[in-house]
Design a protein around this ligand. Structure first.
Ligand SMILES: Nc1ncnc2c1ncn2[C@@H]1O[C@H](COP(=O)(O)OP(=O)(O)OP(=O)(O)O)[C@@H](O)[C@H]1O
Ligand SMILES: [Mg+2]
Length: 306
């Protein structure tokens, strides 16, 4: 069974379509990155996932149970960390968790509070007032409250976006630790976070799903060595010929430019691509490797011109 299943989910605010017919599934015990630029619709989706906002259309299932708007406070299906969590600064970390545990009708409060404090490495700070916590500590406390009901799925809206590199690393390490017992669904607009911890990703832009894939597959496709060849005229027939070569993964042509995704960069040393295209007698204006980084993967899929 999928940890999360989203079916044809849409959300309209007035005449603005914030989310357009989203469908995908999240498998169990994976870290799933929900990636998209500012305003893509990540928070809109997450608020519907946790029952805080009513879908205009579509259905959501978490661990097989349908999410019903407004009816999700007391269950053990998911824990939720909002985008900008608010705390009572005058409470200590421990008092805050006790307050949340009461909302969830947790029975053995003391044990559970101890458990979550250990998971997020806040045991030493439990008796300090939250007002004196760093942003990273507040975010870890936010994760602790999301864990109090032992949820199957952790839903985190930009858990590290506001943190400095150290705070970010601490939180990401905690999330990796939590992966063995939970499915983690996290939104972010920062690709390097995804790079560090995610198994699968969905990319959202302007309310539309652009792709859902294993991160490793996306990287293979978009971070593979790419050769770019520019000809002095439209090189008719060349792309078709290159596609037949066994060292070629994919070929794309835009006017005079051909891009060849290579299975292995070593073919360049053997001059195989050059030999293959020189048969055609077109003039070559430029011939060289494109350095596609994982950041480009995101930019390719979510270009500003889209
Ligand atoms: N209550 C609302 N009323 C009207 N428009 C809204 C409302 N909530 C969100 N929107 C719009 O929906 C779009 C998606 O917003 P959302 O907050 O889901 O984006 P996001 O992907 O979470 O962005 P960010 O990375 O900035 O957090 C935006 O254009 C936003 O202005
Ligand atoms: Mg958001």
């Amino acid at each position: 069974m999928s940890a999360i299943k989203i079916e044809n989910l849409s959300k309209v605010f007035g005449d603005f379509k914030a989310l357009d017919d989203l469908s995908f599934e999240v498998s169990e015990n994976c870290v799933f990155g929900f990636l998209g630029p500012n305003g893509a619709g990540k928070t809109t989706t997450i608020r519907m996932l946790v029952g805080l906002s009513r879908p205009t259309s579509g259905r959501i299932f978490i661990d097989g149970e349908e999410v019903v708007f407004g009816k999700t406070m007391v269950n053990n299906k998911f824990g939720y960390l909002p985008e900008q969590p608010a705390f009572y600064g005058w409470m200590t970390g421990e008092e805050y968790l006790s307050f949340i545990a009461d909302l969830f009708l947790i029975k053995d409060k003391e044990t559970e509070i101890k458990r979550v404090l250990t998971l997020v490495k806040l045991t030493d700070a439990k008796s300090r007032r939250i007002a004196g916590y760093s942003n990273g500590m507040k975010q870890r406390l936010g994760i602790a409250q999301a864990l109090i009901n032992k949820p199957k799925v952790l839903i985190l809206d930009e858990p590290v976006s506001a943190l400095d590199p150290i705070g970010r690393k601490e939180v990401l390490e905690i999330l990796l630790d939590l992966k063995k017992d939970h499915t983690i669904f996290l939104s972010t607009h920062i690709l390097s976070d995804v790079d560090r911890i995610c198994d699968d990703v969905a990319i959202l832009d302007h309310g539309k799903l652009i792709t859902v894939a294993k991160l490793s597959e996306l990287k293979n496709e978009y971070a593979a060595p790419v050769l770019e060849i520019e000809f002095d005229e439209d090189p008719k027939g060349v792309a078709e010929e290159l596609r037949k070569e066994k060292w070629v993964q994919k070929v794309e042509q835009q006017g005079e430019i051909i891009r060849v995704w290579l299975k292995d960069e070593a073919v360049i040393d053997k001059n195989l691509p050059l030999k293959a295209v020189s048969k055609f007698n077109y003039g070559i204006v430029h011939y060289g490797m494109l350095q596609l980084q994982t950041e480009d993967l995101f930019m390719n899929l979510v270009g500003e011109d889209k």
